[in-house]
Design a binder for this molecule. Sequence first.
Ligand code: SF4
Ligand code: SF4
Length: 60
Amino acid sequence: MVVKIDRKKCMYCGACVSVCPRVALNLKETWVDVNEKCIDCGICVKLCPVGAISLKERKK
Ligand code: SF4
Ligand code: SF4
């Protein structure tokens, strides 16, 4: 699985960034970046107030 962030929905509240146990999320100027430390725990997905984060099947 891989974390996907819908840039159109995201309002850059930063909530996902502070909750991630792996510090895999980073608030950039115009988007939220997910790095390779992500363990697909899904915490950020549940936390996002606007539902901008989803877990997608990782493409091979
Ligand atoms: S799924 Fe878990 S590890 Fe990955 S970015 Fe979200 S909170 Fe962080
Ligand atoms: S919690 Fe959702 S709206 Fe807030 S910064 Fe993260 S992805 Fe964007």
